[in-house]
Design a protein around this ligand. Sequence first.
Ligand code: UTP
Length: 324
Amino acid sequence: MAEERPSKRRVMHAVIPAAGLGTRFLPATKATPKEMLPVVDKPAIQYVVEEAVAAGLANVLVVTGRNKRPLEDHFDRNYELESTLTRKGDADRLQLVQHATSLAHLHFVRQGDPRGLGHAVSCARAHVGRSPFAVLLGDDLIDPRDPLLSTMISVHEATGQSVIALMEVPPNQIPLYGCAAVGPAPLAAAAAFENRGSGCDAVAVTGLVEKPTAEEAPSNLAVIGRYVLHPRVFDVLEHTAPGRGGEIQLTDALATLAGLDPAEGGGVLGVIFRGRRYDTGDRLDYLKTVVTLACEREDLARPLLAWLADFVASRADEDGQGSL
Ligand code: UTP
């Protein structure tokens, strides 16, 4: 098969899977998707949509599950609220409310049963068609100062191969993630990094394992929630059997894709990310994310840090007395 034209490598769509059960956050996620949990004053998914738009992807498809209403409502107009804020002359809050509506061209598709991340991605097929697309997990936040997604898009556009984001993690955390076996990247991928100053590295992905034990893990490189995928992945997903946890795993499909000929849409590259990532799908990491991002806000940083210092000191006193 002839190599595809570079124009066919243009990434136009972002897909955000948000149909998982969020069991680690029950009961908060009983009637609300975890992607709607507030991080300071915005739901997690809004940060993710903003990231997609900042990388040039204003066409966003959200894969929703049984609790889709709050997600759709958040990005929709709320005339009653807007007219109340207008009447009160609260222009700042009005702007905040309207910003979510005008942010992107949002589309929604229903997953039905949450049969795994791979299945959620395959639900995007009719929308995305035969073009490459980005997948951003709705509970994984990347700091806007670290342009991971646009770096991944450049690597895809330079090589035509699928690109996944990897992060070095300590061995005890590897069983929480997909893990990649890697080798040297092709020259075109390395060239795509030139002049970007992103602090990332490119590698070729030679194998992938979902949530291995520390002994089984082929490296300390964990797959994190950003992907730029060749549409060939849809054919592979169609033939991917349920894997770990009985779910159709995106990692399994990518392991197959990594072994296919790049001239036929195969091949997977990795971008090793060394920037700031915030996980909001796990309770402890969620709490750390909220505190970290609140400390970045001008109006909250000082009073929050002062309170935290007092709080930690008082807890240390209490613990000290308790141990006497
Ligand atoms: P997770 O495994 O972190 O989400 O999936 P989960 O299953 O909702 O969470 P826990 O483990 O039960 O707490 C990663 C992403 O994939 C989406 C989730 O919404 C999350 O953004 N997902 C997962 C789907 O959209 N559909 C699925 O069937 C599974």
